[in-house]
Every structure is written in C-alpha cells, then in structure tokens.
Design a protein around this ligand. Sequence first.
Ligand code: MN
Length: 256
Amino acid sequence: MAVLLVTNDDGVHAAGLAALASALADLGEVHVLAPEREQSACGHALTLHRPLRVQPLRERWHAVNGTPSDCVNIGILGFLPERPALIVSGINHGSNLGDDVTYSGTVSAAMEGTLLGVPSIAVSLVDDGDLAVAGRVAALVAARVLVEGLPAKAFLNVNVPAAPPRGLRMTQLGHRVYTEKIVEQRDPRGRIHYWLGGGEPKWEVLEGTDMAAIHDGYVSVSPLHLDLTHHRALAHLTDWAGPLSSQLRRASRRAP
Ligand code: MN
C-alpha cells in the first residue's frame, strides 16, 4: 500500500486535517506530520536555526514544532517508513486563491513536496464550507494523481466552495485588486502602529480563474509550478546584459 503524507498549516489539532486524513484512508497508508501550532500565512519558511522535534500523538500521527515545509522535509527525507507516493496538504480553513497562494503555508507544503520530487496537492475550503465534501474532493483528485501522476515540477492547488459544488473546473490563478490601505493607529502611549489586511479583499473575477470558479460554485483545481522565471521578460530584457556589463566594468575601475 502506498504511503501518503498528510500535513497542513492550521496545526495538528485542526478539524480539516482529521477530515483529510480519514478521506484518504482508502488510498494508502496515511501518515500525518503536522505543525504542533497554527502556522497560517507562514509562507514557505523552513526552520534551520533550532532543532525540530517530532512528537507522537497516536499511530501514524505526529506533531512537529515547525512549519508545514519542515513537516514535508522530515517526512520525505527519512522519518516515514518509505518515500511517500503523494503529499496532500489541508484541508485549509479558508480559501487559498490567486496571488494569496504566495503567503499560504498550505500551498507551501505542496511546493516543498514538489521540490523534493513527490506529487503534491494543496486543498482549501472556503469559510463555512463542508469538510466532508472537501474530503471527498481531495480523495477524488488524489486518486487521479496516484494513477496518472503529475507533470514534472507541477502541483495542484484545489479550492472547494462553501455550497455543494456544481462541478469542477481546471483553472489559472486570479489576481488581487489592491484597493486596501494600511490602517494607522496610535497606542495608549501615543506611538504609531500599523495593521495589514484590513478591509474587504477584492478580486478580478475573470473567466478561467480560480476566483471565477469559486464565485460560480465550482471546485477549482489550478496546476501550479515552481519555475519563477518570467521567460518572456527574459527574452525581452536579454539586451540589458551588455550595457550593464560595461557600466559594471567602468564602476569597478573607478572603485578604490
Ligand atoms: Mn491555514
């Protein structure tokens, strides 16, 4: 039976993690390795400057004093009885759509799995959604990935709507509209401080995006990859190398 690694960023005691682990139970030997505390919006952080401890909670369930990416590293690089056939991260409490995936610990766990060569899926559920439904979606997508595999360096970002899904769409990431301002306040001692993330988030609900799918009541599945190079920009800007090289040589000659 294939070994599956399940993790999340809401912490090892989150309801979404338990729902995911039980939904995947028929697909393989599920091992849970998850942060002992909530790590939402931790991004792709790795813990390199303190020891990581793995605490057994029950059979094949462990808490790690680290991030989702730490859990994936520990799982793949030797803690599990064998290399996992699949990593599933979630079920996150709240959606991970569009540009927000760059902050998401849930999505980062799938990125880390992909970097380490294991097919990976991130699963998130819109606020007030049904974990049982999201679990069924996760199991269907996971079963398909186990059979078909994924293209090299690609992983899947799955979002499940709050209402019973009308179907499933393959999507691209949408984009945020940055209308928010920081909130500036004074504390009782008169010092200024700031709050990020105030106000209602706004999105371009464009056809073919994850936002549009969720907006229309569909499950969204976005294939993502880790190549951050902007290949069109590279082609467009390649002429910069010559003049910048000359300037660099002149600047180096002038330097003492
Ligand atoms: Mn979270």
